[in-house]
Design a protein around this ligand. Sequence first.
Ligand code: SAH
Ligand code: F3S
Length: 484
Amino acid sequence: MEHVEKIIDEKIQGKALVTENKKQNTKKLFIESYGCQMNMNDSEIVAAILDKEGYNTTQILEEADLVLVNTCSIREKAETSVRKRLQKYNAVKKINKNMKVGVLGCMAERLKEKFLEEEKIVDLVVGPDAYKDLPNLLSEVYEGRDAVNVILSKDETYGDISPVRLNSNGVTAFVSITRGCDNMCTFCVVPFTRGRERSRDPKSILEEVQSMVAQNYKEITLLGQNVDSFLWYGGGLKKDFKKATEMAQATAVGFAELLDMCATKFPKTRFRFSTSNPQDMSLDVIHVMAKHRNICKYLHLPVQSGSNAMLKAMNRQHTREEYKTLVDNIFKIIPEMSLSQDMIVGFCGETEEDHQDTLELMKYVKYDFGFMFTYSERPGTLAGNKMEDDVPFATKKRRLQEVIDLQQEHALFRTQQHLGKTEEFLIEGTSKKNPNEWKARNTQNTVAVFAKDAYKLGDFVMVKVEDCTSATLKGTVVGYSDNN
Ligand code: SAH
Ligand code: F3S
C-alpha cells in the first residue's frame, strides 16, 4: 500500500528545484515543478534560460525575486495543489512586495489569460512551448505589465538549450526527445496543453547525452509523452511526415534507431525511456533492447483499462487481446522484462464487468509497478464535452482500492523473483530510511537498499538479494560489476 500511494503522490508533488550557484548571477529564482518527468526536465530548461538572465535558483521562497511554478493539468487534484500553492506565494508576497510570480506548463496553457483574472497574484503566464520568450516577458513584467505567451509551436524542441540540472544526484538525468502528443485519448488534456507531436534532432540528443556522460552521469532516461512514436525527418510535426520530401522520408530516424545509436555510442551508460504507448510500441524496439546490455529491461506501458469497451471509449488504438499479444511477444524476446502500467478506474460508463476485465488483464501481466488513478474529468477533452462522468465517487474509490491491492500483490510477486539472485545495481543515492545504506536500481528499475561499505554514489555494484518487501529489495554487495 505504502509504495503505491507514494508513487501516486510523487506524480503531483511540487518540488523546489535548485542547482549550484554562480557568482555572477545576482537574482534569485524559486522554481517549483508539479506533474510528470517532462515538467521536471522543462524546469531545467527554464533554469538554463534564466541562468543567462542572471538568476540563481534558491530553495528559500521568502528570498526569491522570481517565483515560477511549473504546473500540471492532468487531473483536477493536480490543479488544486497548484492553486493552494499560489495562496502560499500570496502570503509571502505581502512581505516581499517586489517578488514576481509566474505560472508555467499545462495549467498556463489551459487557462491562458484567465489565470491573471482568477489569481491576482500571478504576473506572468507561459505555456510549454514559449519558454524562450521568458526574458522578453520578464521585461514586460518589470515594466509593470502582465505578460502572457501561450503560443504552441510546430517545431520547438529546446534542442539547442543545455538544461541546468536541478536537484541532481549527479548519477541519473533526463533528456527530452519528443514533445506534444497526437493521440487524443478522450480523457486526456495533454494534446491541448502540449500541442502536436514533434521530435528532436538526434544529433542534438546525442550531443546532450555526450555532455552528460562527460559530467559522469551514469544513467539517462529518454523522455516524451510517447517516445516510441519518435520520428525525425529534418524537423516539423509528426503529422506532416507524409508531406516531407522523399529524401527526408527515406532518411528518417525512428525510435528503435535512436535507441540503438545511443546504446552503441555510449556502451557504459545505462539508458531508460518513458512513456511507451502500446499502439506505437514496435518489436524492433524490443529487439534493440535485447541487443544492448546497457538498455534497461523495463517498459512503462500504460494500458488505462482492461476492458475493450473502455479502451474504445478512451480512443486507445488497441484491444485487450492486442495488448496481451504485445506483452506475450515482449516476454518471448526478453523474459526478464519488467513492466509497469497506468490505469484509470471509473471512466465514463465503466461497469462492474469492465472493472473485472481490468483486474483480469492485470493478473495476466502481473506488472512490476503501477500508477493508478480515478478518472478525473478534464474540461475541453472529448470525454469532458461529450461523455457523462457517471461512475459514483464511492464506486471509483472502491475500484481504485481493488486495483491498488492487486498491484501490491503483483509487485510482491515480482520482487520475490529477485530473491537469492546476484544482480547489477547502480547506486543513485542514500536510502531515505537509513543514512548508512545506499539506494540503487537494477535493470528492471527495482530498488534495493544495502550497507554503504566502501562503495560510492554512481558505482555499478553486484548485490546479492536476500530479502524484499513489495517495493524494495534488501541485500549485500558482493563487489563491483564489470561496468565501472
Ligand atoms: N503518454 C502517456 C500518458 C501520459 S498522462 C500514455 O502513453 O498513455 C499520465 C497518466 O495520467 C495517463 O497514462 C493516465 O493514466 C493518467 N491520466 C490522464 N488523464 C487522466 C484523467 N483525466 N483522469 C485520470 N487519470 C488521467
Ligand atoms: Fe494523453 Fe493519450 Fe497522449 S494519455 S499524453 S493523449 S497517449
